[in-house]
Design a protein around this ligand. Sequence first.
Ligand code: XMP
Length: 511
Amino acid sequence: MQHNKVLILDFGSQYTQLIARRVRELNIYCEIHPYNKIPSDSESFKAVILSGSPNSVRGEAVLHPNLKGIRGKKPMLAVCYGAQYLAHFSGGEVAESNTREYGRANLGFVKPDEDFFENIHEGSQVWMSHSDTIKQLPTGGVLLASTTDVENAAYKIEGEQTYAIQFHPEVYHTTDGHQLLSNFLIKIAEVEQDWTPQSFVEETVDSLKAQLGNDKVVLGLSGGVDSSVAAMLLHKAIGKNLYCIFVNNGLLRKNEFEDVLHQYEGMGLNVKGVDASARFLDALKGLSDPELKRKAIGSAFIDVFDVEANLIQDVKWLAQGTIYPDVIESVSATGGPSATIKSHHNVGGLPDYMKLKIVEPLRALFKDEVRRVGASMNMDKQLLGRHPFPGPGLAIRILGDLTAEKVRILQEVDAIFINNLRSWNLYDKVWQAGAMLLPVNSVGVMGDERTYEKCVALRAVESTDGMTADWVNLPYEFLQKTSNEIINKVKGVNRVVYDISSKPPATIEWE
Ligand code: XMP
């Protein structure tokens, strides 16, 4: 089935993915493309959204899209930079603003527009984030709304279905942002809301059947949401021809290997659990540099997976749980590559000689959509709600070198922390949580004895995508009880601290 779809042209804004997620929340399919790579089938899109940008339309670094074929022909919503672009190059004027234009503002209507502002009230809070301002509207521009500091906060172009707004409807702080996007897409552009988890499952299963026929497919399960949902879709399409491999690298949470394996079997998956803990520990022996640890784990994984995949006769495909944020081509504001902060190890880099074709059923989905798709296939809520867990597992939460004893200590600590989060109903309010084993011993006293033992740090963060994060204000009583329990029950630990750093400047993991 051909879905109604919306084209989002990206000018490098940090919020572009958020626009796409908001559109998808309306059950409308959309795609993000760089501003200078408009897809050749732009005809098939029902509406277009221009994103914001860190660049200025006035400077040398102005980003010029080729809007011929789109402008005036398709309903268009221009956000922030988009609004300035349309103004500046179509007879209006943009200048540096001399008042502060960041943060909250309130909309005042100049000309009521019943469709665009339906169910949005005078004074509605919007979020501004820009340093240029529109001084003069473009030719045919009709002013719709202003705020105290920004006169040209929203306008439309006479005779076109083109709307432009200086504020960001996609961010949480724009209270009626969802309503505004819905007004533009559903009322004005008449885009149908035909993108639902159920339709995604039906269509994906059909197309996987057609693509894979009787071929065999191998997939590495990690216990996480993405690989599990990808496995369920493939299972529905090809049943026993899907061969799942779940590797225990010895760096998982306490009892996770057995529990998750059991759960996968209960879901009817054809899954083989491979316990390679000793091999991974061996590969990590003596390594304390985080990047070397990641590399050692990555290559041990490939070795183990390769041996297992080779045991499957005539396997043709490798399935991966790649999701949309991994495949969106990003627009770099500076033109240069961004710095590598941590080299994430994922199942991706298999050696060429395996010669497997790649199948990625979740390539079009955001993480929250993966969860919704899983729920529509009646997958277990607890499995779908699991916190993200890094591929290298506890190895990057044990600072410095690893031993089996350190892994044991951290597994115990982590299990107490996570179980308590669950029993206090805090688990689902936290985006990710875990414990770090620090490479320091400190002095303590237990009974009449002096102790000299390990210190652990607990970390719980809220986030939407892991790119930025803030620490969670867990109740003092919770921290008190958890700290007591850890020190009383886990031999080798005599001190617990709580990490109160945000990302940036810290990162979520300590290594
Ligand atoms: P950082 O520490 O970079 O983490 O703030 C952001 C998110 O990424 C996860 N993470 C990893 N995931 N392999 C992974 O698969 C890795 O090497 C890795 N390092 C960090 C981290 O758990 C958080 O969710």
